[in-house]
Design a binder for this molecule. Structure first.
Ligand code: ATP
Length: 285
């Protein structure tokens, strides 16, 4: 067979810095080594060891820490098809009656391509958000309709069945790993589990740099803005909250140019709005 080798599976121009992920290099490396490394060896190597590729991975941790971002960016780093993203509650509510069919459809393109191209098919990534909403521990699950059970069974059937399909990786995400049925975490299913933490100070600094890059390029970030100081002041912030802080600082800068007591009249010279340190401090307040 012609399983993709390193050249085929990792884009040769790949650089971690280009992914726009702040502070998660250790996690990204762990994900790569544990979930993808087997895919870069030449055909036969892992078979000889009696191994199979990882086809399910769970990313867990607090909200807004970049789980979705990582899952998407993995697809960019690898020579993968545009990931399909599904949301747990959506599968259960929006498509009542056709939930199982929806699960089947998720795998359809990958299966068709595999039939045609075998191991040289590109990797298909399926991202399953809010996995816990569907895959709660047995007994605690259920809305009385059995819909959740059917969806679980269908997904398990698909994952258990992708043994011959080397071109699928399902990435599950959750804020509550403790709620997830342990049957899902065993080998062959979501067998690799990586925790995505809140960023530390260095991580927060990286995220601040990434998210203010455009402002710097456009000369709208005040020269007095001390990102290192802001990294210190944002202890326990998630990446999403840092993004929110920057947006809020931007609003403070805009609001300085809206006449007090009006909703639409501008004042001052707003052709050159600067987001300065005070805007960030106001936003932090
Ligand atoms: P949830 O569990 O709530 O779904 P999540 O962990 O999947 O959250 P994302 O959706 O990936 O979080 O991130 C939310 C926002 O915060 C995105 O706009 C993302 O760009 C930004 N963000 C979060 N963490 C990081 C990070 N480490 N580096 C860069 N951006 C980040």
């Amino acid at each position: 067979s012609t399983r993709p080798n390193a050249d085929a599976i990792i884009r040769p121009d790949f650089k971690f810095e280009d992914l726009g992920i702040g502070g998660l290099d250790k996690e990204f490396t762990a994900i790569f080594r544990r979930a993808f490394a087997s895919r870069i060896f030449p055909p036969g190597v892992i078979e000889k060891m009696g191994m199979t590729h990882v086809k399910g991975m769970l990313l867990y941790g607090p909200p807004g820490t970049g789980k979705t971002l990582i899952a998407r960016q993995i697809g960019k780093m690898l020579n993968a098809r545009e990931p399909k993203i599904v949301n747990g509650p959506e599968i259960l509510s929006k498509y009542v009656g056709s939930s199982e069919e929806n699960i089947r459809n998720l795998f359809k393109d990958a299966e068709a391509e595999y039939k045609k191209k075998g191991d040289s098919s590109a990797l298909h990534i399926i991202i399953f958000d809010e996995l816990d909403s569907v895959f709660k521990q047995r007994g605690s699950r259920g809305d009385g309709t059995g819909v959740a059970d059917n969806v679980v069974n269908q997904l398990l059937a698909k994952m258990d069945g992708v043994d011959q399909l080397n071109n699928i990786l399902v990435i599950g995400m959750t804020n509550r790993k403790d709620l997830i049925d342990s049957a899902l975490l065993r080998p062959g299913r979501f067998e690799v589990q990586v925790e995505i933490h809140l960023p530390d100070e260095e991580g927060r600094l990286q995220i601040l740099k990434i998210k203010t890059k455009k402002m710097v390029e456009n000369n709208v970030l005040g020269k007095d803005v001390d990102l290192q100081k802001l990294a210190e002041l944002t202890k326990n912030f998630s990446g999403a909250e840092i993004e929110g802080l920057i947006k809020s600082a931007g609003s403070f800068a805009l609001n300085k140019h809206i006449k007090v007591g009006t909703l639409g009249q501008l004042n001052g010279d707003f052709s050159n709005i600067i987001i300065d340190m005070q805007c960030f401090l106001n936003a932090l307040e």
